[in-house]
Design a protein around this ligand. Structure first.
Ligand code: C2E
Ligand code: MG
Ligand code: MG
Length: 585
């Protein structure tokens, strides 16, 4: 693995040079002559036995001998008479930082003299201040290089270094007639981990993932982190495209194993996009864009899978980018509208609730479906603001209808996974306070998967909401993975059967067993059942025959703007013969 962590020049021993020491009895003249013979000798240590006891500074001695009669007066005297008896002595394993501090504290003179190095108190050599300075500068440079080229959390190369490696890999591949594969790996719903467990756990998870990626690769493959939950892998010199697929599948497999982070056991999956060089005239940058587009398409195919780049994908990415960009302004420009779809009690035909469904009226793209922009808003984090806005408008609107004297109904608001966080009850409470809506007239819709992401926390949040008097229902039931036993633990009041179940029941030939079973099962758990997507008379009768409590669908009404709702609330549906009409309720 190319890791290039700054090469650490970390202890004093790295500066060690052996200098033949003098002894206390060595004569001054002898030492002076050694200095004269060796231009680059700045200092000579004095050692007694193995213990360093002093240091002779070149300049001091040379200066002394430049005076008249020094040779005669001092030449034979022992060097111990003029040595510096308090030199800096440090063990070889002293860190460079501590060594620098010792020298700075001792005074700059010692920078020139250098220092004596020992191992278990015995003399082993000398180091010079000059070399120390070099070491510090080199390390600083290495550190700066590291900061600029590596991701600080995982220690992996960042975008800059990755691009460099990629460009290099591409030119090598051309020469060797091999392929380069670039894998763009994006974790699925990583935001949720941060939102529900906090950033510390999120960071630890990213590190764990970096480790797992490394374990899947060869030594000379490069892994990089582009930021957030995006990783890339460069596979160099591969003989065929199949190798890239195999590596990508190995990565998905490895990531699918549970990750133990602190006391949590987390499950993650990833979507991987692959771009291959050389096809077309790619540069490193365009290759990253292609792999990114392929990754995005993997997400749309349901996540946790691998996709190769194709040209249609870049159009999709362009479109998504465009949506993300204009979403940022949509709130400011008031481009969101809420439509309301009635929820009808099948026994009486009364409208007992309304589901708030968000619509985005884009100045150029026209009405954009929530299925298109909600996922984008979730990914870029805008969903928090948008979601809070929907909640506020829907509650206020419901209150306005009540104040106008219309029969009170509950308003159902959809929540995204990232909204299912500890701050939710407080947000709901503040909206209720602001709008004056009684909690029993609000119902939150959550999908099974939202609740499954973090069961214990979801249960706690739902209990808080239920204590406040706010109901919750399970939306799109049957499309997720929840089990009955799990549902029983949740404080929910209603189950909404996903519309895909009704869609396949159009005539007596179609088997209604699944729908019938879900209704019976929900009733046995004391849950109300709403059927979604009711479109035909036949479906209505079928639901009635199986005691389904409520239904919602085009058969009664499409979602409609707020001002069209008053009529619906004032009336009830009457099914007479083959016709459906609204009658004064
Ligand atoms: P959902 O919550 O399951 O909403 C029901 C969807 O089914 C709505 O689609 C509605 O227009 C559609 N529908 C209702 N009756 C029929 C029918 O008889 N036949 C058919 N074919 N469709 C019917 P819509 O409005 O496009 O919303 C799609 C999804 O977007 C919603 O599914 C919901 O998950 C999400 N969504 C909508 N508004 C919001 C919001 O404010 N916040 C969040 N987080 N998600 C929202
Ligand atoms: Mg819904
Ligand atoms: Mg639904």
């Amino acid at each position: 693995m190319k890791q290039d962590i700054a090469s650490d020049i970390d202890d004093a021993g790295s500066l060690l040079k052996y200098v033949q020491p003098a002894h206390p009895t060595t004569s001054m003249l002898e030492v002076f002559e050694r200095f004269i013979g060796q231009e680059n000798l700045y200092a000579i240590p004095v050692v007694e036995g193995e213990t360093p006891i002093g240091l002779i500074n070149r300049n001091k001695l040379v200066e002394l001998f430049s005076k008249p009669f020094t040779r005669e007066l001092y030449g034979r005297k022992p060097i111990s008479d003029m040595m510096d008896a308090r030199p800096i002595i440090v063990p070889v394993d002293e860190s460079i930082d501590d060594l620098a501090r010792i020298i700075i504290d001792a005074g700059m003179q010692y920078m020139y003299d250098g220092f004596i190095l020992t191992r278990q108190s015995a003399y082993v050599g000398m180091g010079t201040g000059h070399d120390l300075l070099n070491a510090i500068t080199e390390r600083k440079q290495a550190h700066l290089y590291h900061l600029a080229h590596y991701d600080q959390l995982t220690g992996l190369p960042n975008r800059l270094l990755l691009l460099d490696r990629l460009t290099h890999a591409c030119s090598q591949a051309l020469r060797r007639e091999k392929l380069v594969a670039l894998l763009f790996i994006d974790l699925d719903r990583f935001k949720l981990v941060n939102d529900t467990h906090g950033h510390v756990v999120g960071d630890l998870l990213l590190k764990e993932i970096a480790g797992r990626l490394q374990a899947c690769l060869r030594r000379n493959d490069t892994i990089g982190r582009l930021g957030g939950d995006e990783f890339t892998v460069i596979l160099e010199d591969i003989p065929c495209v199949g190798v890239a697929t195999r590596v990508a599948e190995k990565i998905l497999q490895s990531l699918s194993q549970a990750m133990k982070i602190e006391r949590h056991e987390l499950f993650v999956s990833a979507s991987i996009g692959i771009a291959i060089f050389p096809f077309g005239d790619d540069t490193g940058e365009t290759l990253i864009k292609k792999a990114d587009a392929a990754m995005y398409s993997a997400k749309q195919r349901g996540r946790n899978c691998v996709q190769f780049f194709s040209w249609e994908m870049s159009a999709a990415v362009f479109e998504r980018q465009r949506i993300e960009n204009s979403l940022r302004y949509a709130l400011e420009r008031d481009e969101f509208v809420i439509h309301y779809q009635p929820l009808v009690e099948l026994g009486t035909g009364a409208v007992v609730g309304l589901e708030a469904l968000l619509r985005w009226s884009h100045p150029e793209m026209g009405l954009v479906s929530p299925d298109v922009f909600i996922p984008v808003a979730e990914e870029c984090g805008l969903i928090h603001e948008i979601g809070a806005q929907v909640l506020r408008i829907a509650c206020r609107q419901n209150r306005v209808w009540q104040e106008a004297g219309l029969p009170p109904v509950k308003i159902a608001v959809n929540l995204s996974a990232c909204q299912m966080a500890p701050g939710l009850p407080a947000l709901v409470q503040s909206v209720l306070d602001q709008t004056g809506l009684e909690p029993r007239y609000l119902e939150l819709e959550l999908t099974e998967n939202i609740l499954l992401e973090n069961v214990e926390e979801s249960i706690a949040i739902l209990h808080q909401l239920s204590d406040m008097g706010v109901k919750a229902s399970i939306d799109d039931f049957g499309t997720g993975y929840s089990s009955l036993s799990y549902l029983q633990r949740l404080p929910i009041s209603t189950l909404k059967i996903d519309r895909s179940f009704l869609k396949v029941i159009q005539s007596p030939e179609d088997d209604p067993t699944i729908v019938a079973t879900i209704i019976a099962m929900a009733h046995s758990m004391k849950l109300d059942v709403i059927a979604e997507g009711l479109e035909t008379r036949y479906q209505l009768e079928l639901l009635q025959s199986h005691d389904c409590d409520y239904a919602q669908g085009y058969y009664f009404s499409r979602p409609c703007p707020a001002d069209a709702v008053a009529d619906l609330l004032r009336n009830r549906y009457v099914i007479a013969g083959n016709a459906l009409r609204l009658e004064r309720g």
